[in-house]
Design a protein around this ligand. Sequence first.
Ligand SMILES: Nc1ncnc2c1ncn2[C@@H]1O[C@H](COP(=O)(O)OP(=O)(O)O)[C@@H](O)[C@H]1O
Ligand SMILES: O=C(OP(=O)(O)O)[C@H](O)COP(=O)(O)O
Length: 397
Amino acid sequence: MIRMLDDLDAEGAAIGVRVDINSPVDGDGGGLADDARLRAHVDTISELCERDARVALLAHQGRPGDEDFTDLEAHAHRLDTLLSASVKYCDSTFSADARDRIDSLEPGTAMLLENTRFYSEEYMSFDPERAAETYLVERLVPALDAYVNDAFATSHRRQPSIIGFPQRLPAYAGRVMEREIDVLGNISESPEPRVYVLGGAKVDDSIEVARSVLERGLADAVLTAGIVGNAFLLADGVSLGAASAAVVNERSHEAVKEAGELLDAFSHRIYLPRDVAIGRGEERIELDLDELPTDQPAMDIGARTVAAYAEILEDAGTAILNGPAGVFEDDRFETGTFELYGSATRAETSIVGGGDTASALRKLGILDGFDHVSTGGGAALRMLTGHTLVGIEALDQ
Ligand SMILES: Nc1ncnc2c1ncn2[C@@H]1O[C@H](COP(=O)(O)OP(=O)(O)O)[C@@H](O)[C@H]1O
Ligand SMILES: O=C(OP(=O)(O)O)[C@H](O)COP(=O)(O)O
């Protein structure tokens, strides 16, 4: 059974709370370019502070070697602004100083510990038992009374801060985690017909999702768009042109073959774009499939595809969407995503996953129309195929 915050005796307790505030950062000053993930955790942290807990926040930012691999000072300042409780910053994660500062935290206040991935163990994969023996867990456990996992978006990772602490401390799901489990953990109970829209650039992941939801009977229809749609068009024998084929092959060598296998097995439930948009100079030009191939890459779905998909989505019991329909970052190619996702908000229930997808919808001003916007990308995709996550399993004590 997974225990929730309601089960936690918070008053005066030192609580390690794993959050996912991994965010886009500004190239120059290391400031945050987007604070959506920080805002998502405000409920959990505020509630614990209001209940007089002493909150030690654990989080990562970026991956070692990447430009967004930064310290968490800016995150701490932003959290301090977003919350009515005080949030301090500690520039180490489990040093003696960090442990002393946890010990002397005032009830009702929080402190963000340094980027967990500054320590190499946190960027490795472990079994839960081994994760519980890492330095991070060994050193912090004596300073903590309980552990809360609110980092849904990282809970597919076998990392010590996710799966190690529940081996050693009473463990609870935070409010973000609770909402995500409620919605994504019960996908097979959601209203039917269930329509999956798979767009974006992670072609292999999306094909895996399509395979899984079709084989398990979770999906009544799979609508393809983005580079994923182009891979399915190629698999169906449509001659898109060398430029589009190169974009698909750059992402995955196996995609077209695997998309073809799925089309053979489930052709009546997989829907392919009927037209595409390309750029010529500053212009957007829409081409029907019989006007192809073209020397320009297909950057969006066209109006005929949007209309056909909208009809299916508006009748859906549940619309589950991941990945933009086109290169939404370019104004010429944002319409496909805007129209398609707009029509999905008219489904009985609409669920969105994926970091780029959420930022596309925020840019297009239609994020609020969805019933559930997951904080996770990879984690949400895994849940949407009907699987659980190692971090959620670890909470099941
Ligand atoms: N037809 C296309 N050609 C090239 N890139 C595309 C196309 N359609 C979507 N994209 C790109 O896909 C990216 C987002 O995909 P992805 O990372 O899979 O989404 P998410 O993070 O939501 O899972 C965006 O940067 C978008 O520009
Ligand atoms: O941003 C995240 O995941 P996402 O890119 O799947 O949304 C999480 O913070 C996990 O980060 P990771 O994929 O570097 O382990």
